[in-house]
Design a protein around this ligand. Structure first.
Ligand SMILES: *Cc1c(COP(=O)(O)O)cnc(C)c1O
Length: 404
């Protein structure tokens, strides 16, 4: 039974507060009574939404968020995803975007104005770095890249114009874990907002708003969609940042299509089960690689020897299936042998789907903290195949490459 206090909560929030995450994932955003008993919220297509009367039409003008009046402001399919992700992340409200990158850039644009200063992690997702140095710079917004390991020492880099600290933890390609509570304390004391890319951990393994984040981003393309068949971004804001995000994103006219939203909702239902398996298999594969004669270093915060392990253990409740491996130097021929031998790890961009992927990492672009790699870096995504098959695929290919 819902109590009167529960009734004040939005449906997604009710699910998440009252039940364990696995239960919430199954029930969040559903309302069978509204859709002929259908288990899933349907794919709602539409631009025009007719007003039932002139009184309703006039009333829409008084509503700052005219949801239910035009497709761009969302349909039942949109709201299901937004409610679910906002509740899981622990924020106030969420908006959807046509890709993860669109979510990143819109989350940055929402609070920023010409003359502002942004502190951005040096380990940021590459295309966001490009957006900052090319587009934000052109708009008169200064960007300083900071060492992802500096934690509260970021205080030294704050200026009176600093409006946003943009964090990503663990970082793209190099997987540094950041002390976000320490960073948030400094940022908030200076009147700046903390914007986080929380894609690696998903809302299941990291609760951004409980650690001081104001705006959180999910490249839902990865684990939330989970099947490599759609592009989608979701941005969640807390109460203070929501008006900024809402106003800015609406003005840009950004939203996402119904089929992609439906696929995200469908992916979300199994997110808990999938993440547990990604985690278990990734840990197993990491164990096989650590100490292997061809391997110099494994970059995976859940591994006890990792430099980020202490903070990861303090702040995260799990680890996903994505990590880096630094190998011993190899020739072009050895590289070709390695990739040519792999049968289960596909060579491709992105991650978070059911399938395992591998990717060579060119020296990551860094201005403060270089990767420190002396040998080739590769990035692995451990999918949902059998973990022993995956480990064998890697070990056999390493053996073939490093045998001579
Ligand atoms: C992939 C990715 C994005 C961008 O998502 P797209 O849907 O590909 O645009 C953003 N942030 C991180 C950390 C990513 O890995």
């Amino acid at each position: 039974m819902k109590t009167s206090r529960d009734k004040a909560l939005r449906p997604g929030e009710f699910c998440v507060r009252k039940h364990a995450t696995d239960t919430a994932l199954v029930h969040v955003g559903r309302d069978a009574g509204r859709y002929q008993g259908l288990v899933n919220v349907p794919v709602c297509r539409g631009s025009t939404m007719l007003a039932p009367s002139i009184a309703h039409w006039e009333d829409r003008k008084n509503n700052p968020d005219p949801a239910g009046s035009y497709g761009r402001f969302g349909t039942a399919t949109t709201w299901a995803v937004q409610d679910a992700v906002a509740a899981l992340e622990g924020g106030e409200h969420a908006l959807v975007f046509p890709s993860g990158l669109a979510a990143c850039t819109q989350a940055l644009l929402a609070p920023l104005a010409s003359g502002d200063h942004v502190l951005m992690t040096d380990s940021v997702y590459g295309p966001v770095r490009q957006f900052a140095t090319q587009v934000l710079a052109r708009m008169g917004i200064d960007v300083t890249f900071y060492d992802p390991l500096m934690g509260g020492a970021i205080r030294e880099l704050i200026t009176p114009r600093t409006r946003v600290v943009y964090v990503e933890s663990p970082g793209s390609l190099t997987f540094e874990v950041q002390d976000i509570p320490a960073i948030a304390e400094v940022a908030h004391a200076a009147g700046a907002l903390v914007v986080m890319d929380n894609t690696w951990a998903t809302p299941l393994f990291y609760k951004p708003f409980a650690h001081g984040v104001d705006i959180s981003i999910q490249a839902a393309t990865k684990y939330i969609v989970g099947h490599s068949d759609a592009l989608l971004g979701v941005v969640t804001a807390n109460k203070e940042a929501w008006p900024l995000l809402h106003q800015s994103a609406r003005a840009f006219g950004q939203t996402a299509g119904p089929d992609d939203l439906y696929l995200a909702m469908r992916g979300l239902r199994s997110l808990g089960a999938r993440m547990r398996q990604h985690q278990e298999s990734a840990r197993y594969v990491v164990e096989q690689l650590v100490g292997h004669p061809a391997v110099r270093r494994v970059l995976y915060p859940a591994f006890p020897g990792d430099p980020g392990h202490k903070i990861w253990r303090r702040d995260f409740t799990g680890a996903s299936g994505l990590f880096g491996v630094e190998l011993h130097p190899w020739s072009a021929e050895q590289q070709a042998t390695f990739y040519g031998n792999l049968q289960l790890f596909g060579l491709g961009l992105s991650w978070g789907g059911f399938e395992s992927l591998v990717m060579p990492v060119d020296e990551p672009v860094r201005s403060v903290r270089p990767s420190g790699a002396k040998g080739p870096l590769i990035r692995l995504h451990v999918g949902l195949e059998d973990k022993q098959d995956l480990a064998s695929d890697l070990l056999e290919s390493l053996l073939a490459a490093f045998m001579h």
